[in-house]
Design a protein around this ligand. Structure first.
Ligand SMILES: NC(=O)c1ccc[n+]([C@@H]2O[C@H](COP(=O)([O-])OP(=O)(O)OC[C@H]3O[C@@H](n4cnc5c(N)ncnc54)[C@H](OP(=O)(O)O)[C@@H]3O)[C@@H](O)[C@H]2O)c1
Length: 281
């Protein structure tokens, strides 16, 4: 019997939290690469927060996924057949092929990935969008200095857990908040956070935050004035508001930094976050 491809399509627009029935696995004919193309067997798919917007009809910077279309998303896989001059069978490539088992590409939007330097599963995680967001958000915009305290809300998420580790490497004291005891334990025991608390059980959020950050009562905390941490109650925001604008964003070249421990992205071992990678088999 001819080999089949497998897709996951959007079956319905979710209301509230997406359900399994909003997605549907379907069989499809095996794609074949034409001249100037290659065929990839996808090994890892990414699952990211922006996807919630893409499966709704909300106006955004990108078109929504149509009902019946393959779910969009970042991918990493191995070239298994090539008629492309620059890609050979065995090459590992990072792309945006969506939730499917095989994909044909002419190399547009695809980047080679060197598995002698990092495992394939890191491509959509620590070395992909969450890692870049964490690194540049912290280092270029936050510009932390050694000895400073860095507070991270959503600290057990893919981005937050990396921000914490990068800040630690740069000599900061790192404090995080997360939404369960399991996540808080993971931050303290595995991710090297100096302090962490469960914001759902914090009671007086500002008092808890000040305690975790080792601040005195008369210290002021400031936050990006236009964007509050997702888990920060509005009343706490009012108490914290310092109205200090973030430093101007001046892109610099990325300097290699020390080693980062790999959370979810190293093989889906992190139990606590919606983001991560899903092995196709
Ligand atoms: N601009 C960019 O390029 C870019 C790139 C990557 C990510 N981001 C943004 O950065 C944020 C973090 O991304 P991420 O990849 O780290 O996400 P993630 O791994 O899914 O973590 C997000 C965390 O948010 C918390 N949360 C609060 N309310 C939630 C809800 N209703 N559903 C799911 N999670 C909820 C959860 O932690 P608790 O249980 O602890 O609350 C969750 O672990 C997102 O807002 C994402 O859109 C932006």
């Amino acid at each position: 019997m001819a080999k089949k491809d497998h897709h996951i399509i959007l079956a319905a627009r979710p209301e509230g939290l997406p359900k399994e029935t909003d997605f549907k696995p379907v069989e499809a004919p095996m794609p074949e690469p034409g001249e100037g193309q290659f065929l990839v067997k996808i090994n890892y798919l990414s699952v990211d927060p922006y996807m919630r917007g893409r499966i709704s009809e909300i106006q955004s910077y990108a078109e929504p996924v149509a009902i019946g279309d393959v779910m969009v998303g970042g991918t990493v896989g191995r070239v298994i057949d090539s008629r492309h001059p620059e890609y050979n069978t065995g090459d590992v490539v990072v792309g945006y092929s969506g939730w499917q088992e095989y994909a044909v590409s002419d190399s547009t939007g695809v980047q080679p990935f060197d598995t002698s330097r990092a495992p394939m599963s890191t491509a959509p995680g620590v070395l992909g969008m969450p890692g870049m967001t964490a690194y540049f958000g912290l280092m270029e915009i936050g510009q932390p200095r050694p000895g400073q305290t860095v507070f991270i809300s959503g600290a057990a998420g893919a981005v937050g857990s990396l921000v914490g580790q990068i800040a630690k490497i740069h000599g900061c004291r790192i404090v995080g908040s997360a939404g369960s005891k399991e996540k808080v334990d993971w931050l303290l025991e595995d991710m090297g956070f100096d302090a962490a608390f469960n914001y759902k059980e914090a009671g007086d959020y500002v008092a808890k935050l000040k305690e975790a950050c080792q601040l005195d009562d008369d210290d002021t905390l400031s936050d990006h004035p236009n964007r509050r941490p997702s888990d920060l109650p509005a009343s706490a925001l009012e108490s914290l508001a310092g109205g200090v604008p973030p430093p101007a964003f001046e892109p610099k070249r990325w300097k290699a930094s020390s080693r980062i421990r790999l959370p979810a992205q190293s093989g889906c071992r992190q139990p606590v976050t919606a983001h991560g990678c899903a092995e196709t088999r």
